[in-house]
Ligand binder design. Structure first.
Ligand SMILES: [Zn+2]
Length: 713
């Protein structure tokens, strides 16, 4: 074990601890400030600039039945102007093909609803890959009679982002019991659910990171989620098929206290209907038994619907390695990467005990010798067609970086009434203090990223801390706010900076995930929440939201727990190879790093962007051993089968089968060839041999083998 190995390994582990465990600051939270919504909320004026390259087109279609249809390469949404312009259909083109919604998104004040409004004004526009729909009318009773509350709903839709801005205009003060914003009901198959709370008051975490909880709906009538305060995010997924999340936009105070000045008077629930035919999602910022007065005026509520970019074939052609600084990686090692198929490297140097590291916000990050090393590494990687991206944290600002002391109080994220700073400490140092993306920090961060990108000729950017967190710093807003808008603004800006060929890697901590955020990425680094675990990762334990469907490629974090490190690595790979996920590693991890490069080498000959994956949960490949699982990559006239032993126990005789109808052979063929890629041995067997038990192999503990299937001679 080299010095570097020790340091980098510890850095990884410490990074994790910094994320989760450290730091308990300040007293408990004081009661929330009362904020009355006012005209021209600062956030509606500062809605993110969604323009971003890539992601394909968005189209606006007026259908002959009067529906307004917006499509992207991934989904099709329908709005009904005869029913208040409500969103009543969400269909993933490469999902089940069925409408997710059993009831439309509905906005209402007591018995008056937008869905009941027979006549609305609709204004639509499209610019580049952004469609805007503005719908206005009068909330109405079920027989179509208009009430005293008008509504203006603005949808902003891009391949990455779907944002809803709801404005309610009370022409007079009213005593009301319930106000709902985008309540809906979805198909019961979307039974994997999750919740991230938003209010620091309800969050036991000392740093108020609002970690998600996930569950699975099982019984009719059961309540899945019940909250009195506005959540940060709700998740609903049908595992491996489709789903969505709902993330509150930055102006949390508008939801939480905007209507009456009182907090905790809402009703945010998800419940399986008594007949089991739907999951009802209620989002009510106001829900009271005794009506409360809502004054005349305008009230705004904004949120994002995160629709994953589900495609036929995910582009899994990313093989990713991370490096630190001293000792700098050698040219010989970079050549070894190229031979193994590594195609993306990230310079991740956010802490070192000796103080020599890239302090977040600092420039230049190294002395002249260090800068020369960075330039050498980038140039050598480029010669081998390996792309290089730098690490940036969206929230962390290191106190040694220029400008820190001038702006610390102004920009920092706070969650208590004392404005206590939140330092992400590690050993005797720190990664940095948390800043809020709803402050001047956002523009500062853009300048930092742009300078590094342009001056060093990086190929893109890697972002850590891609997360929406609450903040109550009054320098940013009078009320409680979330980082949602600022993070989106930064991600879209980054896509514009790096252009269509640039690489954006987004770190998604599984318990603070956002579909909208990850949509901007080319590659998602994920599953860090598993890295510390003392138990071995198992394929069945991987959360739905982390896995998703055929969408963005995912590169899971390595184990940080160093006990039995080699086994942990091999175990992880044996599980993840069945899901089309290629974990990253660092050159200092010994046998774990070697196992990662071996995985990359085995898949290097195949352009995985051309294949559709039926993963371990698809049931397409089967073995008789519980612990030996299979997956298959399919393209025209070729299939690549992965058989993996997810246990440590060797299996001498593994009979495996595959459903022949899932292959994509263009002509009817009676014979096929099966090549064991490891041994090179080729068998020619009848097509029926795929399913009759003719195929067998043997596997050591955690071993996985590849088999190519082609039409026979
Ligand atoms: Zn803030």
């Amino acid at each position: 074990m080299t010095r570097h190995q020790t340091l980098l390994s510890r850095k990884l582990m410490l990074k994790f601890f910094a994320m989760l465990v450290l730091v308990c600051f300040g007293p408990l939270i004081a009661p929330p400030t009362h904020v009355i919504a006012e005209k021209g909320s600062p956030y509606s004026a500062k809605a993110p600039d969604f323009r971003a390259l890539g992601g394909g087109a968005v189209n606006l279609v007026d259908h002959d039945n009067g529906k307004i249809i917006v499509t992207s390469d991934y989904w099709r949404l329908e709005f009904d102007p005869h029913r208040g312009g409500v969103l009543d259909s969400i269909v993933f083109l490469q999902g089940s093909g069925k409408n997710l919604l059993v009831r439309p998104f509905q906005t209402y004040v007591d018995g008056w609803s937008d869905e009941n409004c027979p006549n609305v004004n609709v204004h639509s526009s499209r610019q580049d890959n952004i469609v805007r729909l503005s719908i206005s009318g009068q909330l109405s009773t079920s027989d179509g009679k208009p009430g005293p509350v008008a509504f203006q709903t603005t949808w902003t839709l891009s391949p990455f982002v779907i944002r809803a801005d709801h404005k309610l205009l009370f022409s007079q003060g009213l005593a009301v019991s319930s106000v709902g914003i985008g309540s809906t009901a979805i198909r019961p198959e979307l039974s994997d659910f999750g919740l991230r709370i938003a209010s620091p008051m309800d969050d036991p975490d000392p740093r108020k990171m609002a970690r998600a909880t996930f569950g699975k709906a099982k019984r009719s009538g059961s309540t899945l989620i019940q909250q009195y305060r506005t959540p940060n995010t709700l998740f609903f997924f049908d595992k491996g098929v489709e789903g969505f999340d709902l993330m509150t936009a930055s102006d949390l105070a508008a939801w939480e206290t905007g209507l009456t000045g009182r907090s905790g008077v809402g009703n945010f629930t998800a419940k399986v209907a008594d007949d089991g035919a739907s999951i009802q999602i209620v989002r009510e910022p106001l829900h009271l038994l005794q009506p409360a007065m809502v004054a005349q005026g305008e009230y705004s509520f904004a949120y994002y619907i995160g629709l994953p970019r589900i495609v036929k074939n995910a582009n899994r052609d990313f093989r990713h390695i991370a490096i630190g600084s001293e000792p700098w990686v050698s040219d010989a090692e970079i050549k070894r990467w190229a031979d193994s198929g590594v195609n993306i490297v990230r310079l991740h140097d956010d802490y070192n005990e000796d103080g020599k590291f890239w302090h977040d916000g600092d420039w230049p990050p190294y002395d002249e010798k260090g800068m020369a090393e960075v330039r050498r590494i980038i140039a050598t990687c480029h010669r081998y067609k390996i792309r290089v991206v730098p690490y940036f944290s969206i929230y962390e600002f290191h106190p040694q970086a220029a400008g820190f002391h001038d702006h610390e109080q102004e920009w920092r994220r706070t969650f208590d009434e004392m404005g206590t700073p939140i330092h992400n400490r590690v050993e005797n140092g720190e990664f940095g203090e948390q800043m809020c993306p709803q402050s001047g920090w956002l523009e500062r961060r853009k300048r930092d990223v742009e300078r590094a990108y342009r001056e060093l000729g990086f190929d893109g950017v890697y972002y850590d801390w891609v997360v929406s967190l609450s903040c109550n710093n009054k320098n940013h807003s009078a009320g409680l706010h979330l980082g949602s808008d600022g993070v989106i603004d930064l991600l879209a800006w980054t896509r514009r900076l790096i252009g269509p060929n640039g690489i954006l890697i987004v770190h998604q901590y599984g318990l603070m995930q956002s579909i909208t955020f990850e949509n901007f990425a080319d590659l998602v680094v994920n599953m860090e929440e598993h890295s510390h675990s003392t138990s071995l990762l198992k394929v069945d334990d991987i959360p739905t939201v982390t896995l998703l469907a055929e969408s963005l490629p995912r590169s899971p974090c390595p184990p940080y727990e160093k006990n039995n490190l080699e086994e942990r690595y091999k175990n992880n790979i044996a599980q993840l190879v069945l899901l089309g996920m290629f974990p990253w590693s660092v050159p200092t991890e010994g046998a774990g790093y070697d196992a990662t490069l071996e995985l990359f080498r085995k898949f290097k000959p195949y352009n995985l962007s051309e294949y559709h994956l039926d993963n371990a949960f698809s049931g397409v490949v089967h073995t008789a051993w519980d612990g030996v699982r299979g997956a298959v990559y399919v393209k025209k006239n070729q299939a690549l089968v992965v058989i993996s032993n997810t246990d440590s126990e060797p299996r001498k005789h593994v009979v495996w089968t595959i459903k022949p109808d899932r292959l994509d052979f263009t002509s009817r063929t009676s014979k096929i060839t099966v090549k064991d890629v490891q041994s090179g041995m080729v068998q020619t067997i009848p097509l029926t041999g795929l399913a009759d038990g003719s195929l067998a192999t043997q596997l050591k503990g955690y071993e996985y083998r590849l088999f190519e299937i082609r039409p026979g001679p």
